[in-house]
Design a binder for this molecule. Structure first.
Ligand code: NAD
Length: 526
């Protein structure tokens, strides 16, 4: 259906309000997508497309191969000075970045909604996550301690010393276009590294807006902007970053398929990786679960962000005694679900991110149909105006025919709002199903029985990196290290001890005696 002139200017008005609040030009001019202390960009053009309206928000000039190499070189140069800055002073820079982000939190959150498609409260929440990790990193900058180890030799001390690592490349996915970079940047900066960001090619505006805020702080403090560089681009730029011997660690967030290539490539040059890959997360509902809490949590987990969170609830295991009641309550919530502009207050269901995301949903629905699964609700696109221009779909709840957790219907991550459901008799069976898939990101048990909790979090319990009780699979706070096991990549970022990966560790034995004994009493005299 052709868009009328008034509709089209309405759309432009909606987008321009968000973009101009962040000083992003709203004219048809192309934007620079590379920052290494100066803005530039002469590579392929990336189009930022609004998932809600289908309009082109901006055209961005990505990094050409020579710009990419120059940016990495500049990052390396910047690191040489930055590593010498005392950690608490690096923390002070992070604190200023935190303040600058907080001043633009709502505006940046709206940009996340506009460009990625998640609803506004989730967009703002993502920026809040960046602010939270900045707070954490400021404290950390005074606490990145090594330790003193008792030496077996008299007059000797052994120190375990953390030092800055070098250049950290952050490759991020489309679904968290701000927070994932925030987790990495704040810890990496506090640790004394230069960071270079290769964001998803479909969310370049979020990356440009964040980089403008961060670089403003660095420049005001007389610090090289290359400490927090940006190289937008697609697969080719990603591959070149990953292959560069000048990148000491690649922190990669994305699919298992790409993560597998990235992991091998970095490993082949003995670089460091931090991999945050796909999830295939299960919620298990026991007979004694409080359904007034569990049903909304599964609803948010499977439908929130239109099913495009790495921690989205994809598998639902219901005890046979509550299965029918649970499903009827969940279906009622689905029935009340209406699509809408993610920027509007009250919208719970925004669009999927882009045509590729939509094709993943379509393939999942086609597979359900061809395998004779029972589709209880959902399973199609919204095709009426105004949703026909965006990527709106009906979230589905399905009961696959097979219960074999190794069947690909259960064992693959479908990055779409489809909830695969099965009914179990005993907790042990549900835990076995939970653990039988290749991925191991998030998991959630709903029960009031302490004995179930013990099983769930113990040695024979969930093998995921996130093991929740009466808390949904989706979303996490920054305080604990975040990440998943098995084919989710074993990475840990954000809080906890994650910072220890962003430094190089040395064991330093210092002899302050007048003799030089060898360890283990070895004698080497003729
Ligand atoms: P993706 O794997 O397609 O892309 C991720 C990034 O890799 C992008 O920046 C992309 O341009 C880049 N890339 C693509 N090919 C590359 C190559 N050959 N070499 C180097 N870089 C390359 O992922 P996506 O579709 O953007 O994101 C969705 C996926 O991310 C889902 O699987 C989701 O579960 C996962 N994810 C995981 C987490 C986590 O913390 N575990 C968080 C968010 C998203």
């Amino acid at each position: 259906m052709p868009v009328s002139r008034s509709q089209s200017s309405l759309r432009r008005g909606r987008a321009s309000a968000v973009l101009s609040a962040l000083d992003i030009p709203t004219t048809s001019a192309e934007l620079d997508g590379v920052y290494d202390g100066a803005w530039k960009g002469s590579g392929d053009i990336l189009e930022s497309i609004c998932p809600t309206t289908g309009e082109v928000l901006a055209r961005v000039r990505s990094a050409s191969p020579s710009e990419l190499h120059a940016a990495i070189e500049k990052a390396r140069e910047a690191y040489k000075d930055f590593r010498l800055l005392p950690a608490p002073r690096r923390g002070e820079l992070v604190r200023q970045i935190r303040e600058a982000l907080a001043a633009k939190r709502d505006e940046l959150g709206a940009l996340v909604s506009l460009e990625m498609g998640k609803i506004r409260t989730e967009g703002v929440g993502e920026v809040q996550e960046f602010i939270d990790i900045a707070d954490y990193a400021v404290g950390l900058s005074r606490m990145m301690n090594g330790r003193v180890v008792a030496s077996e030799r008299p007059g000797h001390s052994i120190l375990e010393v953390p030092n800055p690592l070098g250049v950290i490349a952050v490759l991020s996915a489309f679904n968290f276009p701000v927070a994932v970079y925030g987790w990495n940047l704040c810890i990496s900066m506090a640790a004394g590294n230069a960071t270079i960001w290769k964001p998803s090619p479909s969310t370049p505006l979020c990356a440009i807006a964040v980089t403008k805020i961060v670089s403003g702080v660095l420049e005001r403090n007389g610090i090289s902007g290359a400490v927090a560089g940006l190289v937008t681009g697609g697969k080719d730029v990603g591959e070149a970053v990953v292959e560069s011997a000048d990148v000491d660690m690649v922190s990669f967030t994305g699919s298992e398929a790409v993560g597998r290539k990235v992991g091998k490539s970095v490993q082949s040059r003995f670089g460091k990786t931090l991999l945050e890959l796909g999830g295939n997360n299960a919620a298990i509902i026991m007979p004694d679960a409080d359904l007034s809490l569990a049903v909304p949590a599964v609803f948010f987990g499977s439908v929130g962000t239109a099913g495009q969170r790495c921690t989205s609830t994809r598998r639902l295991y219901l005890h046979k005694s509550i299965a029918s009641e649970f499903l009827s309550r969940l279906q009622s919530l689905h029935a009340s679900l209406k699509p809408g502009d993610p920027l509007e207050a009250g919208t719970l269901l925004g669009p999927m991110h882009n045509a590729q995301a939509l094709s993943i949903y379509d393939a999942a629905i086609a597979q359900l149909k061809s395998s004779d699964a029972e589709v209880l609700t959902g399973g199609g696109r919204f095709t009426d105006a105004p949703y026909d221009k965006g990527y709106f779909v009906r979230p589905a709840i399905a009961l696959p025919k097979t219960l074999d957790p190794r069947d690909e219907i259960w064992s693959q991550e479908r990055f779409a709002p489809v909830l695969y459901t099965a009914v179990f008799d005993e907790l042990e069976q549900a835990i076995e199903w939970n653990n039988a898939v290749p991925q191991g990101l998030s998991s959630s048990l709903w029960t009031r029985d302490l004995r179930n909790v013990g099983k769930w979090i113990g040695p024979a319990g969930s093998d995921a990196g996130i093991v929740n009780v009466n808390v949904g699979t989706s979303g996490a706070e920054i305080g604990a290290a975040f990440g998943g096991n098995k084919s989710t990549g074993w990475g840990r970022e954000s809080g906890g001890d994650a910072w220890k990966q962003y430094v190089r560790w040395s064991a330093c034995t210092i002899n302050f005696s007048d003799e030089a004994p060898l360890a283990q009493g070895v004698s080497f005299v003729s």
